[in-house]
Design a protein around this ligand. Structure first.
Ligand code: F6P
Length: 546
């Protein structure tokens, strides 16, 4: 446990923020724009090829000043130094959180370099067709078997960067991801794949996650049967399995041959691990040059975060905006809305990054907190969401903060020559819709000349706050910066809330109970003593299984 800090909600700055929020409650974003011609200049930042526009948030300069004061009182500087000094900022597990070290080109971290070198060798062999299956075929398909941080980051980034090509002479394998413990994805992948040309990446920091081990086991049995080899065949393991983990012994015990083991360390949290060898699927998508660009982009953002004053600091401002919305305006959910379909998997990635990090209700000192912490994060590709849940954003009863993402440049003649013009028109259309929606959410029907005679069901009240993030373009470098931005934002919020963002005790007990339930499903007579729901459900399943 850590020494107690002042109780956040009893500080004078917190009370001042509450008073200010009360006073400004009825102020409409439309009025904030109407009364301040400089609003965009005052509430936007541009660095690392990211423009962050906070001007459509319901925040005044007075609120921002107080929030900055709050961050200072919560000793943000000291915590930032502690993070980058490698101190044990993960207090419940006594670990540092040095994901930033994985992307620091100047760091003296030979263990990081050596794993990158091994990864580079593997990537080169796969992309050049030199990595062969046990019967001599080149690898055409790679299946990433992993879950949570061992899937969401690589999946999101590999999908986002598909249009960036690896180098000439390199052929990208088809990538597949299998995470769900019920076998849905692995069964489908295996139906389509040829065991002779398939390589399995078993990605698991702990190498104990049952979801992953069961999927890996299914893939291994399928390979052995398909190749006519024993389950333990050493050559098959050498040619068809790579392991990525912090636990070399467990990989070896499972059967991953030592030369196919990529390591990372306990100081890299699972949801912060895409910068490590867990990012292998990303490197297989953009090549090692592209992967290093991703790291460089993240390092750009690390530097930005470390040197910029708080009001000019993108992750800090994002965090303060969230704190304002959650704790003072009582807006406790945020929709992530990418208007570039390549960022389709970003909401799911952020769900883990933010909610697993900051979904906490106990302070670092072990006390229950008396304020809200992480909001509920959800989202969808923006243009598609317009045809699904935007109704609620515009006319529902829930206050929702939105986060719009768009790219300024996209299709190029060089890559999309066959349809570049039409595609560029589609890009412009998506961006226009992004601007339209954030404007309408902010201003309501005041965005146009409002017709006051319309019935209530046709009116738009607006005042739903949003942030817009514009990337110059979506490249490994800008994506790296964007993701590091989110990581630091989560950290800053945790500092303000006084919680530990680097553990995840809330996911453990379910795993323990699931073991009991597995026994119950096998033998429902063991259900005595359980709650009536669990008892009845297990019996129902048993009855209908036959
Ligand atoms: O159960 C949650 C969790 O531990 C996440 O934090 C993690 O990203 C995921 O499971 C997968 O863990 P591992 O990489 O150890 O298999």
């Amino acid at each position: 446990m850590e020494p107690k800090q002042d109780v956040l909600t009893s500080t004078s700055t917190w009370s001042q923020l509450e008073h200010l929020a009360e006073k400004e409650k009825s102020t409409h974003v439309a009025d904030l724009f109407a009364t301040n011609k400089e609003r965009f200049e005052q509430f936007s930042l541009n660095d690392c090829q990211i423009l962050a526009d906070f001007s459509k948030q319901r925040m005044t300069p007075a609120a921002r000043d107080l929030l900055v004061k709050l961050a200072e009182e919560r000793q943000l500087s000291r915590w930032q130094d502690a993070l980058f000094a490698g101190d044990l900022v993960n207090c419940t597990e006594q670990r540092s959180a040095k994901h930033w070290l994985l992307r620091d080109p100047g760091a003296e971290a030979p263990e990081v370099q050596s794993q990158l070198d091994i990864m580079e060798g593997m990537v080169g062999r796969i992309l050049h067709g030199h990595w062969r299956g046990v019967l001599g075929d080149a690898i055409t398909d790679v299946v990433n078997v992993g879950v949570g941080g061992s899937e969401l980051g690589p999946l999101m980034a590999a999908f986002a960067l598909q249009s960036a090509q690896p180098h000439e002479g390199q052929t990208r394998p088809r990538l597949h991801f299998a995470s769900s413990m019920d076998g849905s994805q692995i069964s489908q992948a295996l139906q389509e794949l040829n065991p002779r040309t398939t390589l399995i990446l078993v990605s698991s920091k702990s190498f104990t996650t049952v979801d992953t081990l069961h999927n890996a086991n299914t893939a291994r049995g399928w390979l052995a049967r398909g190749l006519g080899l024993a389950y333990t065949d050493e050559a098959m393991m050498r040619c068809h399995f790579i392991g990525i983990s912090a636990e070399a012994d467990r990989m070896t015990e499972w059967g991953i041959v030592p030369v196919n083991q990529l390591l990372f360390w306990d100081w890299v949290g699972g949801r912060y691990s895409l910068w490590s060898a867990i990012g292998l699927p990303i490197a297989l998508t953009v090549g090692m040059v592209g992967f290093r660009e991703l790291l460089a982009g993240a390092h750009d953002m690390d530097s930005h975060f470390r040197v910029r004053p708080w009001t000019e600091n993108i992750p800090v401002m994002l965090a303060l905006v969230d704190v304002w919305n959650i704790n003072f305006l009582d807006i406790r959910t945020r929709a992530v809305l990418p208007y570039d379909g390549r960022l389709k998997h970003l909401p799911a990635y952020l769900e883990q990054l933010e909610m697993e990090s900051n979904g906490k209700s106990v302070s670092r000192a072990g006390e229950p907190v008396d304020y809200h912490t992480c909001p509920v994060i959800w989202g969808e590709v923006g243009p598609n969401a317009q045809h699904a849940f935007f109704q609620l954003l515009h006319q529902g009863t829930q206050p929702v903060a939105s986060e719009f993402l768009m790219t300024a440049r996209r299709y190029t003649e060089a890559v999309h020559s066959s349809a570049a013009q039409e595609l560029e028109a589609q890009h412009a259309l998506a961006n226009a819709n992004c601007l339209a929606q954030s404007r309408l959410l902010a201003l309501g029907d005041r965005a146009l000349e409002p017709d006051l005679s319309l019935p209530a069901y046709k009116r738009y009240h607006g005042n739903q706050p949003s942030t817009t993030l514009v990337l110059d373009e979506l490249s490994p470098r800008t994506l790296g910066a964007l993701l590091a931005m989110y990581e630091h934002k989560v950290f800053v919020q945790a500092v303000i809330w006084g919680i530990n963002p680097f553990d995840q005790w809330g996911v453990e007990l379910g795993k323990v109970i699931a073991k009991d339930m597995l026994e119950l499903i096998a033998d429902p007579s063991r259900a005595e003593g359980l709650d009536s729901s669990s008892r009845a459900l297990s019996r129902h399943i048993a009855k209908h299984r036959q």
